[in-house]
Design a protein around this ligand. Structure first.
Ligand code: ZN
Length: 407
């Protein structure tokens, strides 16, 4: 794929501007021994420019990294169009788009290839065949599994409990993102699910397509979203309809965001970060969703979601990445799709040595890992922990030769 590596001004990263623990360069991604850092300095600096091009979707034209203009005409009339007609129009628009060759769907490996090539060149530069890094996941887990849902309607809200029961029966907990002004929220139900280990995030105010339309509207709406979310202790965000502007999301008062995909050509704002790992969106942690959305598969593509989910989940697990599902109780919270979801849970449960985590836990882990330092001066690799963070305690040095992504 041909791409230009022009870093956008808003994200130009220079030393001192951004904390070294919030970077997306290849050294920070792999968490290699500090003893190697000075020798690799120039490769480290240039790797961040390349990585950000993918992670911030800078391979897209500027106008494609924001909600499409056509959406403005659509949203005011959205409520007047019957649901079936809306789905038909959506799929027509999506299918009529010129077929993009990048990012590939449902699996895109270009950024993975970049991480891998960068590592092998760096090992060569340091003059070793193998080495250590800090494992991608706590306790030496092979991959992570995160379940998230956006709850679009009172019907979806009523179906949460049944889906939660199902997830619990397979040993999972999940995160539910609620639009904060779209329908009345029964906070007692939220508290009850929280007490069982589930978590809640903010899904904007409503699906009116306005939040990222222009700076004035964003400056009006964002504080309201932040205030309601803070009142209800919601620390994660996902933009309605995943319409997004990276630099504005990064400025919001949330711990983590999940409005980006690794690859999703089927959303109103197509694109993808090509990342099956968390990364830093400035000081926020971005957790891209990496399994295709239920709505896309069922309503737009008219496909059985299960084979796509399972194939992708195994592909991610084989690379040691993060399987992050985005489903809606509104679409799959009842038969016949709830059975498909149960099948997915069975497949995910069978993935060995995986870390089943909530978005807030993955975020805490990725932040903690970023602050750790690996030293290999003596005989054994040693992780320096600068604070007593609980997440950091589970970090483990791993041999690069045993890391699937390094091979
Ligand atoms: Zn939504």
């Amino acid at each position: 794929m041909a791409m230009s590596f022009s870093a956008s001004a808003e994200f130009a990263l220079t030393d001192g501007e951004v904390l070294s623990s919030t970077r997306n360069d290849a050294f920070s991604f792999w968490k290699l021994p500090e003893d190697w850092r000075s020798e690799l300095k120039s490769q480290i600096d240039s790797s961040e420019t390349v990585a950000q091009t993918y992670l911030l979707e800078q391979y897209l034209d500027d106008c494609e990294r924001r909600p499409p203009k056509l959406m403005r005409a659509y949203y005011p009339f959205k409520r007047l169009i019957p649901r079936e007609v809306r789905y038909y129009l959506n799929s027509l628009v999506i299918r009529s788009r010129s077929k993009r060759s990048f990012p590939h769907w449902p699996c895109e490996s270009e950024l993975i290839d970049f991480w891998r090539t960068w590592l092998s060149r760096s090992l060569e530069a340091v003059g070793v065949k193998d080495g250590w890094h800090i494992g991608f996941w706590p306790g030496g887990a092979k991959c992570s599994i995160v379940l998230t849902h956006d709850v679009e309607s009172p019907m979806g809200f009523d179906r949460m409990k049944r889906m939660a029961d199902l997830e619990e029966s397979y040993g999972f907990r999940s995160a539910w993102n609620l639009p904060l002004a779209q329908y009345p929220i029964d906070w007692k139900v939220v508290e009850e699910l929280r007490s069982r280990g589930f978590e809640f995030g903010a899904h904007g105010l409503c699906h009116d397509g306005r939040l990222f339309r222009n700076r004035k509207i964003f400056d009006e709406l964002a504080p309201t979203i932040e205030r309601i979310a803070a009142e209800h202790d919601m620390r994660g965000f996902r933009a309605p309809s995943t319409l997004r502007r990276a630099e504005w999301i990064a400025s919001m008062a949330f711990d983590h965001d999940s409005s980006f995909s690794d690859t999703d050509p089927y959303e109103p704002q197509a694109g993808g970060t090509c990342s099956i790992f968390p990364f830093f969106l400035q000081n926020m942690i971005e957790l891209p969703y990496t399994l295709a959305q239920d709505h896309t598969l069922i309503e737009v593509l008219k496909r059985d979601p299960l084979p796509v989910w399972v194939t992708k989940a195994h592909w991610i697990a084989s690379l040691g990445g993060m399987v992050l599902a985005l489903t809606h109780p509104d679409y799959i919270g009842a038969s016949p799709y709830l059975e498909k979801y149960e099948e997915l849970l069975k497949h995910l449960q069978a993935i060995e040595n995986s870390w089943r985590a909530l978005p807030s836990e993955v975020s805490a882990w990725w932040r903690a890992r970023a602050k750790l330092q690996l030293e290999t001066g003596g005989n054994e690799p040693h992780i320096f922990r600068t604070d007593g963070n609980r997440s950091a305690a589970a970090a483990k040095p791993m041999r690069l030769s045993e890391e699937p992504l390094a091979r």
